[in-house]
Design a protein around this ligand. Structure first.
Ligand code: DNO
Length: 356
């Protein structure tokens, strides 16, 4: 595996490439071009400039998170043809620049959903948290307002104000899209892009829906073992793979994470590894990565990745806000650096005990 950290670009991130480079074992970043619009093609020159910047700091781009999918592609409206053509252009350009992993999601309207961005834990740290009762008590259009004051002045990815302003319209657009339609539209998209992925050896890594159930009545399909295996079979090409995100699949306590990892051998192209602490099945908070701070056995998760021969990029995921840091919620430097170091330690121990 290659340990990485997510980096939001010099215009948006409070964490610098120089800082990331000093986290032991981190040789690459996961990033994206932030001023792009889903449905439009990325310019080759912009990709090159991003790559130059990362490489000048002694790091590599280990993959893109995300090349976002437009609503037209998810809904299956006529503009999807042009949007998929543009997506293919972006993939070709990334491939030409030697970038071979692309993370994306197929969630309608919202990307990941949390109800609090700064819940206080007993140790004084603050963390992202989710409470189903809080969601049930509000309307989707109130979601953005309920979290905006917690975001330390940063625009949260997937929660851009322009997008939130159109929220009613977005719900209307998805009104005829159910789970089956969403699966069909995902299949259509993947079949169109696979020849390009084969040509440039690009691993597509779908991110799970977070939380792994329907929110505000919207369809959600990337939520459990059955559905993800259905997706792998539906377009049975090794370039059609997944981002295994323990914190997202793990929101549903019925998902057996190590078992899911083992069932996806050869198809996990990217891993997000973090822990959650459950207070009840519908209320959880993002604890420190350490097993004893949360609900998951992180050793078993890393061991399953090791056992299937996972060799792609991995990153610690949302960290707590600690030591007075002010940063994009979930994406400060300190706790993610602790997370990376812990995961590296687990991996080293697993590797050495297996060679004996
Ligand atoms: C949240 C992230 C997601 C993820 C997208 C992938 O912190 O894990 O926003 O980047 O769903 O497209």
């Amino acid at each position: 595996m290659q340990m990485t950290l997510r980096w939001f670009g010099s215009k948006h991130d409070s964490v610098t490439l120089e800082q990331i480079r000093q986290v032991p074992g981190v040789k690459g970043v996961i990033t994206t071009l932030y001023d792009t619009v889903p449905g439009e093609a990325w310019e080759l020159e912009d990709i090159r400039a991003l790559k130059r910047e990362v490489e000048a700091a002694g790091l590599k781009i280990a993959g893109i998170e995300s090349v976002n999918i437009s609503d037209a592609i998810k809904i299956g409206s006529p503009e999807r043809e042009e949007h998929i053509d543009n997506y293919i252009k972006t993939l070709e350009r990334l491939g030409q620049e030697d970038i071979h992993m692309v993370c994306y999601n197929f969630m309608p309207v919202f990307d990941w959903t949390r109800t609090e961005l700064a819940r206080k834990r007993p140790d004084g740290s603050t963390v992202l948290a989710y409470n189903q009762a809080a969601i049930d008590a509000i309307k989707p259009e109130e979601m953005f307002d309920s979290i905006k004051n917690d975001s330390n002045g940063h625009v949260m990815p997937g929660w851009e104000p322009e997008r939130m302003a159109k929220i009613k319209e977005l719900f209307e657009m998805y009104k005829d899209v159910d789970n089956e339609k969403l699966f069909a539209n995902l299949k259509y998209f993947l079949e169109r892009i696979m020849p390009t992925c084969d040509k440039y050896d690009i691993n597509m890594a779908i991110h799970p829906d977070d939380p792994a159930w329907s929110v505000f009545g919207l369809p959600r399909i990337i939520i459990n073992k059955e559905n993800i295996l259905r997706m792998m079979k539906m377009v049975d090409n090794p370039h059609n793979g997944v981002t295994f995100c323990s914190g997202s699949y793990g929101t549903n306590l019925e998902n057996d994470l190590p078992d899911m990892i083992r069932s996806l051998k050869g198809r996990i192209h990217f891993a997000h590894v973090r822990n959650l602490k459950f207070n009840s099945p519908t209320d959880f908070e993002e604890s420190a990565h350490l097993s004893s701070d949360g609900t998951f056995d992180m050793y078993e998760i890393m061991k399953a990745l090791y056992d299937i021969g996972f060799d792609g990029p991995i990153r610690p995921d949302h960290g707590r806000m600690i030591w007075g840091e002010v940063a994009l919620p979930g994406y400060g430097l300190y706790d993610r650096a602790l997370g990376a170091t812990y995961l590296n330690g687990l991996w080293e121990a697993i590797e050495k005990s297996n060679k004996r």
